[in-house]
Write a protein that binds this ligand. Sequence first.
Ligand code: PBE
Length: 303
Amino acid sequence: MKNGKLAGVIFGILAIFLLAACGSSDGNAADNNGKADYSKEVDYTITGIEPGAGISVTTEKAIEEYDNLQGWNVELSSTGAMMTELGGAIENEEPIIITGWNPHWMFAEYPDMKYLEDPKGVYGGEETINSLAKTGLKEEKPEAYKLIDQFEWNVEDMEAIMYEAEESGTDIEKVAIQWVEDNQDRVAEWVEGVEDVDGTEIVLASTPWDSERASSGVLKEVMEQKGFNVTVTELDVAIMFESIATGDADATLGAWLPLTHKDFYEANQDNIVDLGPNLTGAKIGLVVPEYMDIDSIEDLNSK
Ligand code: PBE
């Protein structure tokens, strides 16, 4: 190798080192090993939903447990506000990290999104949505207990109702009533062996999300066809659990387990009857648009 060439190679190598040094010393600007620094671009903020949601509590735990999320925060407002921010970000191909879940219409509306891997398992794996009853419901209102216990459906059913309501701008309760009419074969399984009643009052505790509006709407309609008089009350998750434990409400279809509502469940488990899953295959986690070139929560950087 001629001297001139050698000098050129050395200069080249030095230049690479110099560039690399600049890249890391400027406090991670747009370039992070050649990747965009999404963490800085989103201002170390996860766009979340209502403060009382299980997924909000879980996200605060994730920020504590992942060292690389040090200095991060979760912006809590409402599901509607989060969806508006998501829509805006996707329109402009900007980075955004949301608290996402299924069943919901977000993946039907924006199919090009992915859950970030969660190697510490803070968000759990597959979640189920369970039905809970107050203690004594079985003896007090056996027909109600039997029907609620037999109610079971799946992610596709629930998302169909949620998406249709969202798309058409129709109340979810109305879409749920139509679903019951269109799915009499399914309904027949839930009411099997359940005697008609004459105006028995039932209070169904629910939470303020479309998933629970859909399930409560469907069950309310089915129960009313059997002669029950059903009131659905939308409560904060914590109050929803308490209302079952105190007996103020008869039952709920909205307990996300084993992780999303873990703290609320454990606080009340001695005073509630768990009727098991009414839906399997639910999921929660951090969700980003596909155009973001990261796969795992651990790909994010601390502040
Ligand atoms: N969610 C939807 C709720 C339950 C239903 C996942 C946003 C939560 O508590 O996180």
